[in-house]
Design a protein around this ligand. Structure first.
Ligand SMILES: *[C@@H]1O[C@H](CO)[C@@H](O)[C@H](O)[C@H]1NC(C)=O
Ligand SMILES: *[C@@H]1O[C@H](CO)[C@@H](O)[C@H](O)[C@H]1NC(C)=O
Ligand SMILES: *[C@@H]1O[C@H](CO)[C@@H](O)[C@H](O)[C@H]1NC(C)=O
Ligand SMILES: *[C@@H]1O[C@H](CO)[C@@H](O)[C@H](O)[C@H]1NC(C)=O
Ligand SMILES: *[C@@H]1O[C@H](CO)[C@@H](O)[C@H](O)[C@H]1NC(C)=O
Ligand SMILES: *[C@@H]1O[C@H](CO)[C@@H](O)[C@H](O)[C@H]1NC(C)=O
Length: 522
């Protein structure tokens, strides 16, 4: 995952170029439209005129229409189409300039006013609205009196204004309405683009719907003059409409042990991903995390048919859930709105799993042989959150001895060169006990109760095969016959930790889902 810091530059440059493109398109569009209509009109004219000419020589009695009728018809039809044309495009050749009254007709507002001391007063007339006050994604109950509402909101509104949220609980029976100020959490602060992610934490002073009779959660989203100081807009969103059955289901989860030990919240999958790499990743992690694990895959356009084929056997076994989040693409947030997606996942599965993991499909979690994932996580159970270190791996260096058979080997089996360049800050990934977390990021959660530890070296880490997942070709590009090498000033050493597990992972996949995926392509 690349964390770009120059998002502001990106915004301005992309908006300029897209505007230029739009202008150009509009111009071409006008010319084309006119050309098409003109052609149509001319052709029709030619045809009708010759028809009319021929008609004059025919006996008029045998026709319902006389030639003069037809001429009349012809002239009205052409004039209508011409007048429609001129209506839709302004007449720039007009000798009389556009007058103030004409502009006022357009804007319906004062352009300039001479005030009493002779100063021109200028007006500013707003049109439209560039980014939504709130784009609602989901709302989840988090307890007898608390809810989380997950969505997007205009980033400048939050950066320069002070929008506020108010939460209302409307019980289905006649109990009093609960009202509380929503606490806004901005988990992707600094990374958003047109939109930033907002998690609204609604915690009522007394229970809200804990009688299980059902009710509605409403959110009032107020701009407080951000965007237009004269206008204080409040949008009301029906966030949750809870039935007694919904509440019963929640209570069941809330009061019992989590169904899963480990749940993977994947970030937005996008692009032309390699089915073979994802196949390897899934088999590896199902084996690592075991029978009480689950994987939530978010399809932002990356789950094409080939990828679906490698997910399906695991979906049928109950290990994988795929969510179609392609519609988020309408709203320009950071990297296919991954911060939005992980926060939805956190609250959706908050009571379903003991631990939630957040990492990518080109990353492989590893725990040393003498331990296993359960013993490691038991040793970390007093922490709400822990982070673990990255082992960056080359995405193109392979062993000479593999050259003849590389195409048959798995990615983490043949990519055995570890980047050992020092002094470079490497991303860490993390896992949390979600019941103590209120919002989450991509590299870490900052809204938690309880402790965080980074002291996990030697217990758990991840191998990162950057750039292998979005590539549909053989990764090995350079075959090497030594345990150490420097390529492009980056020193590498051979590390066969992952290679040594490949055989066991392949046997595990075969045992679990049979040979269905044996012929998967890169
Ligand atoms: C053209 O204008 C006439 C009225 O001037 C209107 O009835 C007709 O629908 C218009 N046609 C189109 C294609 O806009
Ligand atoms: C455009 O304006 C000029 C000058 O007023 C006028 O002569 C001409 O007829 C107009 N053209 C159309 C298509 O309305
Ligand atoms: C336009 O100006 C008049 C006279 O000053 C004022 O009464 C009116 O409210 C103004 N209209 C708008 C839309 O600003
Ligand atoms: C909202 O925040 C409070 C602490 O401020 C926390 O106890 C509660 O669990 C949170 N609710 C949700 C749904 O995250
Ligand atoms: C906007 O409206 C809300 C709700 O009516 C109110 O609480 C808030 O004070 C108003 N803000 C401003 C800046 O007027
Ligand atoms: C690898 O190295 C050994 C000894 O250094 C050498 O004999 C062998 O030919 C090399 N193989 C390749 C494929 O370069």
């Amino acid at each position: 995952m690349v964390m770009s810091s120059s998002s502001d530059d990106i915004i301005s440059s992309s908006s300029t170029s897209s505007k230029e493109i739009k202008d150009r398109r509009m111009f071409v569009g006008i010319v084309w439209n006119c050309a098409a209509e003109l052609k149509l009109v001319l052709t029709a004219l030619l045809f009708l005129c010759s028809f009319a000419t021929v008609l004059q020589f025919l006996p008029s009695r045998s026709f319902f229409l006389s030639p003069s009728d037809l001429r009349h018809c012809l002239s009205t039809s052409t004039s209508t189409s011409l007048s429609n044309n001129t209506l839709s495009t302004p007449n720039y050749s007009s000798s009389s300039p556009l007058t103030t009254t004409q502009l006022l007709l357009h804007t319906d507002q004062n352009q300039t006013l001479l005030n009493s001391n002779g100063v021109l007063k200028r007006a500013f007339n707003p049109y439209g609205s560039a980014a939504y006050n709130f784009v609602f994604m989901s709302a989840y109950r988090g307890g007898p009196d608390t809810f989380a509402v997950v969505g997007l909101s205009s980033k400048p509104l939050h950066l320069y204004g002070n929008p506020t949220y108010q939460c209302l609980w409307l019980p289905h029976d006649h109990d009093p309405i609960g009202v509380t100020a929503g606490l806004k959490i901005l988990p992707d602060w600094g990374y958003g683009r047109v939109y930033t992610v907002v998690v609204v934490n609604c915690t009522f002073p007394t229970s809200a719907g804990a009688d299980g009779k059902g009710g509605q959660l409403l959110i009032h989203a107020t701009t407080n003059g951000g965007g237009d100081r004269n206008i204080n807009t409040t949008d009301t969103i029906l966030a949750l409409d809870e039935t007694p059955e919904d509440f019963a289901r929640f209570k069941e989860q809330f009061t019992s042990q989590p169904k899963y030990d480990y749940l993977y919240c994947g970030s937005s999958l996008y692009g032309n991903l390699s089915p073979q790499r994802v196949r390897e990743w899934l088999a590896y992690h199902v084996r690592l995390f075991g029978g009480r694990s689950h994987f939530v895959i978010h399809d932002a356009g990356g789950v094409h048919d080939g990828l679906m084929n490698v997910l399906r056997p695991w979906m049928e076994k109950g290990f994988v859930t795929v969510q179609d989040i392609r519609d988020q693409e309408r709203f320009d947030g950071y990297y296919h709105n991954q911060f939005l997606i992980v926060n939805d996942c956190l609250h959706r599965y908050r009571f379903a799993a003991k631990w939630l993991f957040f990492f990518d499909v080109d990353e492989f979690i590893f725990v040393p042989k003498k331990s296993n994932i359960n013993s490691i996580l038991d040793s970390l159970s007093s922490f709400t959150q822990f982070t673990f270190e990255q082992m960056p791996m080359s995405n193109k260096l392979c062993l000479s001895q593999d050259a003849p058979t590389a195409f048959r080997k798995w990615g983490f089996e043949k990519l055995v060169y570890k980047d050992v360049k020092r002094g470079i800050r490497k991303d860490r990934k993390y896992a949390v006990q979600p019941r103590s977390v209120f919002a989450t990021g991509v590299h870490m959660s900052q809204n938690i109760v309880g402790k965080t530890t980074h002291n996990t070296d030697g217990r758990i880490k991840y191998f990162h095969y950057h750039g292998t997942i979005a590539e549909r070709r053989e990764p090995c590009r350079q075959f090497i016959n030594s345990t150490e090498i420097t390529v492009d000033t980056i020193p590498y050493v051979m590390d066969t930790t992952m290679r040594d597990i490949a055989g066991a992972v392949k046997r595990f996949e075969l045992k679990m889902i049979g040979s269905a995926l044996q012929r998967t392509r890169q």
